[in-house]
Design a protein around this ligand. Structure first.
Ligand code: ADP
Ligand code: MG
Length: 561
């Protein structure tokens, strides 16, 4: 583009355009308004915060608090870009205790909606009313109002058709709003939160303890199913709760990680948490937890994304490492007994017995009568049935059990590898893998730790890795799968504290377990016994079901027509 003056093509953008552009980063949808206004109320030390939304917040959002309020001067200033009372200098950025500090939320909201503010400090007789519409101040005047602050946001994105079109249906936006609301409510149980949608009270959360707040938001959970955590380490203070693994709903994706009371998304921390006990969970299920990490503010950089949901941790490695041991201990101590577990059955192992042929006489349909001649104890040849070369049908006490043999061995090998100092088995044919010089350097640095895990490696001329030995118990056929995982561990700098678990999981999941050649009664007994010394006999390490009881009632059910 050529200007009439010819020389000046660069222009400074007008203020309202700057604000609209900036709003694109901070205010994406009604939920962003919920988050920003809620955070301001918390920063203003409010003990009572109420949200009202209409049409999923697309028409109207109101947030009222009983916090410190603003003076008349501040009430006007707060809508300016980079106007904040929370930091004054660079130093303040490294000792942040507040949620906000960038001074752009109110400016951004006011740029893309109609906004009204009512605010009063307790020491002032009158409060201040300010009205703005799409970046323009329309009115300022004294007003009678309660101490604290109310912000009303109407017609979000009404003059920005493209933005407005990108919003979803009312119910979807409502869901996003509630999600943000909960992320504020969990870490501040001592404050009273309320949420209304279309004039209906959706959540009323009076001041409570942390566990009461969690239970109030999950009415189906009971206190015994929550494993409490409270630990001081050199790198962080951690408090919170884990839902006992065996009570975690299948395919759960929900989890709450807070850093200095701020909800955060931190992929590697969340993965670390997941990895520490994913083996206790069904497949595709993430642990459900509410973890509140406290880290000195100077060791956190919150200023890497406009929403401040992403953070950078200066001591991430150390934090991940310490987190693993804290969580492992908590899960181990906090085991909740599984009701109906086969281990609870007092029937001794020696009763493995033959499944005799079906009785020829018609029998009473009530299998609860224990006298059925289904099983002959003393004269027992092998007392199990192998189905399709993979499943075992077995009687234990009252119940019949179906066992997936492959998965059972996966669980057993996995736990053997976890528990013992792993011995190494030599490979008859060492595995040669081409590698890059960078991988060579990474491997070289970790050879001794790998050896501790039963992995004997040699790095040749920065071009090739040779695997001479792998953990015993796993099939040599899994050697290349093992190498892939080893390279991933060193490349992604997974902390060595997690290696054993990760390797065991990977081998058990992708490797071929050694199945016994012949299944004798003794082998079956040993299998059953060893399976029940594992931490989770019901699920394979990758979370697939190993055992299925067939209870008498269930069999009976099959014939009720
Ligand atoms: P930030 O929170 O990053 O400082 P905002 O644009 O969200 O920026 O708010 C600007 C300023 O307005 C805040 O620093 C604070 O001084 C004041 N403010 C905003 N909301 C409230 C409130 N609910 N109560 C009291 N003061 C508020
Ligand atoms: Mg703010």
């Amino acid at each position: 583009m050529i200007t009439t003056e010819g020389e000046q093509r660069i222009r400074l953008l007008p203020e309202h355009l700057i604000n609209q552009i900036a709003a694109g980063e901070v205010i994406l949808r009604p939920a962003s308004v919920i988050k920003e206004l809620g955070e301001n109320a918390i920063d203003a030390e409010a003990t009572q915060i109420t949200f009202w939304t209409e049409s999923g917040g697309k028409e109207r959002i109101q947030v009222s608090d009983n916090g410190i309020g603003m003076s008349a001067i501040d009430a006007e200033l707060c809508f300016e870009r980079h106007a904040t009372s929370k930091i004054h200098s660079l130093k303040d950025l490294y000792r942040l205790r507040t949620k906000g500090f960038r001074g752009e939320a109110l400016a951004s909201i006011a740029a893309v909606a109609e906004v009204e503010l009512f605010t009063r400090r307790a020491q002032d007789a009158l409060g201040t009313y300010v009205r703005l519409a799409f970046g323009k101040k329309e009115r300022t005047e004294p007003v009678r109002c309660a101490p604290g602050t109310t912000l009303i946001v109407r017609k979000l994105f009404h003059r920005l058709p493209a933005r407005r079109k990108s919003l979803r249906q009312e119910e979807t936006e409502h869901r996003y709003n509630l999600q943000e609301f909960l992320r504020l409510a969990y870490p501040h149980p001592e404050r009273h939160f309320q949420f209304y949608h279309n004039h209906t009270l959706v959540y009323d959360l009076p001041p409570a303890s942390q566990i009461e707040r969690i239970l109030a938001l999950h009415p189906r959970l009971t206190p015994e199913t929550l494993i409490p955590i409270s630990e001081e380490t050199p790198f962080f203070h951690l408090k919170g709760y884990l839902l006992a693994p065996e009570r975690t709903p299948p395919r759960n994706k929900e989890n709450y990680l807070f850093l200095n009371s701020r909800y955060i998304r931190h992929v590697s921390l969340q993965q670390t948490i997941h990895h520490t006990y994913e083996t206790l969970l069904p497949a595709e299920t993430r642990p459900l937890y509410w973890l509140f990490l406290e880290v000195p503010p100077e060791k956190v950089d919150v200023n890497i994304s406009p929403s401040k949901t992403e953070v950078r941790l200066l001591e991430e490695m150390e934090i991940r490492r310490a987190l693993v041991s804290v969580l492992r201990r908590a899960v181990a101590l906090g085991k909740v007994p599984i009701t109906g577990s086969p281990t609870a059955s007092p029937i001794p192992l020696a009763t493995v017995a033959e499944l005799s042929p079906l009785p020829s006489e018609p029998v009473s349909p009530s299998l609860s009568q224990p006298s059925l001649p289904l099983i002959e104890t003393k004269t027992a040849p092998p007392a199990f049935l192998l189905l399709y070369e993979r499943y075992l049908l077995l009687r234990r006490g009252e119940n019949l059990w179906l066992i997936d043999l492959v998965r059972a061995y996966q669980r057993i090998l996995y736990e053997r590898y976890l528990r013992r100092a792993s011995s190494s088995q030599g490979l008859l044919f060492p595995l040669h893998v081409p590698i890059t010089p960078l991988q060579a350097a990474q491997l070289q640095a970790h050879l001794p730790i790998l050896e501790e895990h039963g992995i004997r490696l040699e790095v040749r001329e920065s071009r090739e890795a040779v695997l001479h030995g792998m953990p015993s118990g796993f099939s040599p056929a899994s050697a290349s799968i093992l190498m892939e995982e080893v390279l991933r561990l060193v490349e992604e700098e997974i902390p060595p504290a997690l290696w054993r678990e990760t390797l065991a999981l990977h081998l058990a999941h992708h490797g071929t377990p050694h199945l016994p050649q012949t299944l004798t009664t003794e082998a079956v007994e040993n299998l059953w016994e060893e399976l029940h010394t594992t931490s989770q006999p019901f699920y394979s390490p990758s979370g697939h079901r190993i055992l299925r009881p067939l209870r008498p009632q269930e069999i009976e059910q099959l014939f009720t027509e």
